[in-house]
Ligand binder design. Structure first.
Ligand code: O7E
Length: 214
């Protein structure tokens, strides 16, 4: 995946006019938008294809898929049929669940991102102890794309070490959650940024400032 300016916009707004206003200002600089539950549940899954058609961007569907294999398969297939270019899948469910998601994505000529460790403080309790194993599982399964936290650069660095230089890592937590873009991009290929951009008085200026820091 080629991410323009190494920034992915997390479009976690729930109003279409607001979403389009932000996209108008940011898509001259961005080609990758992360669509998650907030906007999809508010506006319906059609919003994925609408944004793709109206802005010529690639969409990462952040549905953090975390079910048994048979259900993962259905979630991945339906999401990709709604127009998403890739989908984020939790790793903690284990290899059968992740493999079902990976196989279904490949059947659609698309890809999954494997979520290893999360950026919020609460993730230290349950996810951190198993994150390195999740990353290793991904490597063993031949997964190329990963998600790892911008708020914990030591952990991001560790996950990079496990998945290797050829892997593609996207990293959330820059800005409001405390991560710094320059530190993050030492280890990640792209940063996922939401509130710092879409809650800014001037999303375009904020984005330009972020790009200038890279
Ligand atoms: O903090 P923000 O507003 O810049 O938004 C960060 C986005 O990344 C938001 O959509 C959140 O749901 C997501 N995210 C994290 O913040 N932390 C994680 O560990 C994982 C994600 C995420 O996107 O997971 C899949 C990539």
């Amino acid at each position: 995946m080629k991410v323009k300016n190494q920034i992915i916009l997390a479009l976690d707004v729930e109003d279409k006019d607001e979403a389009y206003k932000i996209l108008d200002q940011t898509t001259p600089y961005l080609n990758t938008i992360k669509i998650g539950y907030p906007i999809t549940l508010a506006l319906g899954p059609q919003i994925i294809q609408q944004i793709k058609d109206d802005y010529n961007v690639q969409i990462i569907a952040d549905f953090k898929v975390a079910d048994i294999d048979a259900t993962n398969e259905k979630i991945v297939n339906t999401t990709l049929n709604w127009g998403a270019d890739s989908i984020i899948v939790h790793g903690f469910t284990g290899d059968d669940s992740v493999l079902a998601a990976k196989n279904m994505a490949e059947k659609n000529n698309k890809e999954i991102f494997l979520l290893t460790e999360m950026s919020h403080p609460g993730a230290d309790r349950f996810l951190k102890p198993v994150a390195e194993e999740i990353a290793q599982m991904g490597v063993d399964m031949g997964i190329k794309n990963y998600v790892a936290p911008a708020t914990k650069t030591d952990r991001l660095a560790k996950i990079r070490e496990i998945v290797g230089d050829e892997a593609f890592i996207i990293s959330p937590g820059v800005g409001v959650q405390g991560g710094k873009i320059q530190d993050t991009l030492k280890y990640a290929d792209a940063a996922i940024i939401g509130r710092s951009i879409y809650n800014s008085d001037n999303p375009q200026q904020t984005l330009e400032d972020l790009i200038n820091m890279i």
